[in-house]
Write a new protein. Sequence first.
Length: 714
Amino acid sequence: MSKHPNPRSGIPWILASLIVFGAALRSLAEDPAAGGASLEGIVAPKMAEDAISSLDPAVEEVAEQLKSMSLMDLVVTSVSKHEEKQFDAAAAIYVISNEDIRRSGARNFAEALRMSPGLTIGQIDSNKWGISSRGFTDRFSDKLLVLIDGRSVYTPTFSGVFWDAQNYPLQDVERIEVIRGPGGTLWGANAVNGVINIITKDAAESQGAYFEGGWGDPLERVFGDIRYGGQLGEAHYRVYFDYFEKDGTPIEDSWNNYQTGFRIDWDNVDEHFTFQGDYYWGNRRQITNQLNPGFVPVPETGRYVRSFVEDFDVSGGNVLGRYTKTFSADSELIFQVYYDYVERGELRWRGYRHTADAELQYRFSPLERHSIVSGLGYRVMPDHFDNPDTFDIVWDPAETNHQLFSGFLQDEIELIPDVARFIIGTKVEHNDYTGWEIQPNARLTVKPSENQTLWGAVSRAVHVPERNLEAVSTNLALEPGMVPVDVNGDGIPDTLLPLFSAGNGRTVDGEMVDSTELLGWEAGYRIEPVERVSVDVAGFYNQYDNLVGAAFTGPDFRGTPVPHLLLSSHGANNGEATTYGTEVSINVELAEWWRVSANYSWLRMDFDDNAGLFSAGKDPEQQFNIRSSWDVLNDFQIDVWWRYVDQLRAFNIDSYFDLDARIAWQVCPNFEMSVVGQNLLQPLREEFGGPLANENASSAIERGFYLMGTVRFD
């Protein structure tokens, strides 16, 4: 088991501190003489008004909006591809606002996503994460679709997301909408267990100059960001440059990243046009393993694999254009195109991928009480891979050009005005791997009262096999590696031979595996029992068929280059699984100056033997987190974020508690300083294991802090 200090040892003083602090505030409120003034007299007008009035005007406007905003007021677009209130949505959706991100102290999307229920976030090393929704967590979680402003960052190369390449400046993110559960009807294949839609601010909302800089230890070495926004006629624009450098955790996994970009938004009554783009480049380091050439052991270790520090570069860019024409409150046309380029070298290969995507979406109301959203899409994805000069990884074919055609139709029927809605629709796609795929769903919402919403859904979603299953062959050394073998044929083992494995994602017959299928049932309940209190509960039951596993043949004796045994593996749709669980989120505004958010997630996963070989034990059964935000005195903010994550049996990682804290001082209306402590309850701990044996090692995540200053000018 993990050798790290027991995280529970730090909990008593944390809770005691919070209790003492709360008791002091309560005493001050009940006995004005004790502090010379009442809590109401100090906190309410001074903290809620003076503190906000001391902020930059742009921040002040957002803060005022958030003060009066509840779950019933938040607007989302990811569930139905049009604006609707989160409280009314027929899906398990959680919104992480810009204010949530700012006050959490998160420095990247992975850290910010820890705020959502139902997600597993496990940091593998300094520059890698395993992130998933409702199970099947891995570095490349193939059942979670991630978008930034409608542009997919899900790579079909490995069916997942390179999270280290997603580094948009967080201060310009408007919100993150997290849908737990199938989203294939609107978003297509691979939105099996969820959709994360990162939505950035309109350029009109980020005007003026913004500077951000900081330093930390040990992980956050140095970071900085500069952004300027202006106006040209009816168009607003912003440009930015972002840089950071992160130290390696106990192993050699330091990295840096540079990113620059722009956004232009043009408005004209009933039309809106967005044009935006980004370009990034940087360096990554990691510990990786390689099969020793010649099938001979490494002299220093006796193992058949050698570990070394790999240093590689990454780069990429994108441009996106979106035109929106609003005909009426019930009718809207959206046309979006984007181009995305990624260049990455890792595990001794180098890959180049281009993606061009176009989508036309039309929403209209053909009949009373009917609202239809429909769309057509086309995507082309040429790529090329340079094979390494080693024999443990081979891409064949090294170059492909795949296409995706899609169309969707969904009807939202108002059964009883303002009380009951029924939603039914489907998406049809054609891909080059498995051909035609159909992903229907049906959803129902009922509002017994203005402050309650009940919803239920049944959906079918698919995961399409990835590019590496089509083309990658691997050679691995299986540890411990020496197997007794009967060479003489007398029934008595007389020789020890090394055991190796040759893997290929195709079936034994050389065909591509089929899509993984999900049939999912969901239900949820939302209520605001009293003002400033909201509760959101969701439950699910999912059945998976055709999970991609492995079929093994051998081991067979091979005489070259040295005598050894070879175990061959091929892709196979031989796995089944059932998952079920529940998620609860509670938000309470105890006062204008004190807000508390809490989330709880419970997940159970049952696998057959084939599916469990690769997926079992990688997800915590229970997770809990609570965030408390105080606006203290006139110009100070204090934020505390406490988390519990259950054990990961697959990696022999214990359950843990942890704590992040942030203190911010608004020095003047244009300047803020803050200090953030992360992973405070223990000096280091493991969160998630590394991938396959010949890939990247995992490392412990260290306790750290950083100091940051921000300057704004309108």
